[in-house]
Every structure is written in C-alpha cells, then in structure tokens.
Write a protein that binds this ligand. Structure first.
Ligand code: HEC
Ligand code: HEC
Length: 230
C-alpha cells in the first residue's frame, strides 16, 4: 500500500484543527511519500499490548502508522482512537470511507485509500480487533480548558440553542452503544474536527448535522475538553 501523508498537517496542534485549505495540501512541499515508514512499521509488527484475537495482518502494515497497534496511542491529534470503539460503528465507518459516503476532507485524504483495499471480511476482522482492545482512559494526559462547561453541555445540552444532551445517545459516560460511537477518551483535536464537519455538513449524518447546527466553536472546544478527559 502506498499512502501519501502530509506530516505538518497531521501534526497540527490540538487546537488548530479548523483550517485546512485543501488546495494548499496538494501543493505543499511537505507532502511526503510515506511508504518507507509503512514498511518499517510493518516489520516491527509484534502486537505489543493488544488483547483478544491476534491482529489481522493489515493492522501492522496499514493502520499502525497512524492509529497505533492497539488503536489507543494515535500519533496525531486528528487521528481518532479506535480502541474499544463499537464494532457496528467501526464497520459502518470503514464501509462509508470505501463507498465515499463519508467524504469529509481528512477522511478523503487519509482513509479513502486505506478503505479501498478492504473487503467486507477484512472490515469485520478489523472492527472485531479494535473493538476488543482496551478503551482509552485519560490517555492523552493533556488538560484542556472547559471541562466543566463541556460536561454541562454533554449531560444537559443547551436548551435555548436547541442543542440536545449528548448523553441521550452517546451514554452517560460517553461510552456509546452500537451505532452511537464511544466518545470517552477520544482525542480533543479529532472531536473538534468532526463537530466542525457535522456543523458545516461535509460529514453527512442526519442526527449529528441537526445537533451540530447551532453549536459554536467555543462549545465544541468545551465538550471536546470534557470527553478527552474521560
Ligand atoms: C495515513 C494515516 C492513516 C492510516 C494508515 C489509517 N488511518 Fe484510519 N484514520 C486516519 C484519520 C486521519 C482519520 C480521521 C478521518 C476523518 O476525519 O474522517 C481516520 C479515521 C478512521 C476511522 C473512523 C473512526 C471514527 O471514530 O469515526 C476508522 C474506523 C479507521 N480510521 C480505521 C482504520 C483502519 C482499520 C486502518 C488500517 C486498515 C486505518 N484506519 C489506517 C488516518 C489513518
Ligand atoms: C440523537 C442521537 C445523538 C445525539 C443526541 C448526539 N449524537 Fe453525536 N452521534 C450520533 C450518531 C448516530 C453518530 C454517528 C454518525 C455516523 O455514523 O457518521 C454520532 C457521532 C458523533 C461524533 C463523531 C464520533 C467519531 O468517532 O467520529 C461526535 C464527535 C459526536 N457525535 C458528538 C456529539 C456531541 C458533542 C453531542 C451533543 C452536543 C452529540 N454528539 C449528540 C448520535 C447522536
């Protein structure tokens, strides 16, 4: 597999996830061919720290470089944690990248090429594997401002702005269930990025597009501070 990576972009500071001019990406000199790193990553393939069934072979060669071997220690703020994520949600997202129905910018750049190579048996095996990994708990260690305000939004919503309580679908502790993704312990930068995509409609989901319609950037940051602290 050959993956094109823009290292600067992936390394964006946690709070700098909102502006990614698409055209600049492709012109950037730092747009690197990463196949050497992927090869190295593939060779260092021992499934250290993973639990459950052995990793499907593609994890070490095709996923680890961005998501980490267990999906817990993702290398960059815009890359989501997958460990302990619900199986049906993981399957749905991989299928949506493959058929291009999840067409947000980072998904198109980083996940479309990956998902293209996956058939439904591999998708199921990968979803099983990441679902079986121990979910992240306060693993970022970084404290962001707004945890208290974010917790209030998560538990109660913002009534006069028609933002419902997130816990109604994502669970009282952000643990999610089935098609409702786990958000607890997810990365700060990734959460803000996805809420931005739902807000501006580039990631399509009827429920979340409606929910994120009125959310402000400050509220996105607060709720991300809370969830990434869990
Ligand atoms: C080049 C880096 C890179 C590689 C390699 C990669 N991913 Fe990703 N992955 C990302 C990024 C970045 C996102 C977030 C994309 C977005 O915002 O839509 C993502 C998103 C995902 C999601 C969506 C999770 C969610 O919470 O919605 C899943 C599932 C996923 N990746 C699985 C995999 C699997 C399985 C592999 C290996 C077969 C893999 N990825 C390889 C960078 C990568
Ligand atoms: C009515 C149910 C519902 C409510 C309420 C809800 N969500 Fe969601 N949320 C979903 C569903 C369903 C998805 C998965 C969308 C998909 O499959 O693409 C999702 C996805 C997400 C994601 C993307 C996770 C990932 O791994 O990519 C984030 C972030 C998120 N929601 C945040 C919130 C926040 C913050 C609130 C409260 C302001 C909230 N949600 C309220 C149903 C809900």
């Amino acid at each position: 597999m050959t993956t094109y990576l823009n290292q600067d972009r992936l390394r964006n500071k946690e709070n700098d996830t909102m502006t990614h001019p698409h055209s600049k990406m492709y012109k950037s000199k730092t747009f690197l061919l990463f196949s050497t790193l992927l090869l190295v990553a593939g060779q260092a393939s021992a499934a250290v720290g993973s639990v459950g069934a052995p990793a499907p072979y593609r994890v070490s060669s095709d996923c680890m470089v961005c998501h980490g071997m267990t999906g817990r220690d993702t290398l960059y703020p815009i890359v989501p944690r997958l460990a302990g994520q619900h199986k049906s949600y993981l399957e749905a997202q991989l299928k949506a990248y493959k058929d291009h129905s999840r067409a947000d910018q980072n998904g198109e750049i980083y996940m479309w090429p990956v998902a293209q190579a996956l058939d439904s048996a591999k998708i199921t095996a990968l979803a099983d594997y990441f679902n079986a990994q121990k979910p992240p708990m306060q693993s970022s260690g970084i404290k962001h401002a707004g945890v208290k305000e974010g917790k209030a939004i998560f538990n109660q919503g913002v009534t006069n702005e028609q933002i419902p309580a997130c816990m109604e679908c994502h669970g009282s502790d952000g643990q999610g269930a089935g098609p409702f993704p786990r958000l607890a312990g997810q990365r700060y930068g990734y959460i803000i990025q996805q809420l931005t995509y739902f807000h501006n409609g580039t990631r399509v989901n009827t429920l979340m597009n409606q929910i994120a319609k009125n959310i402000t950037v400050a509220q996105m940051k607060d709720v991300a501070a809370y969830l990434s602290s869990l």
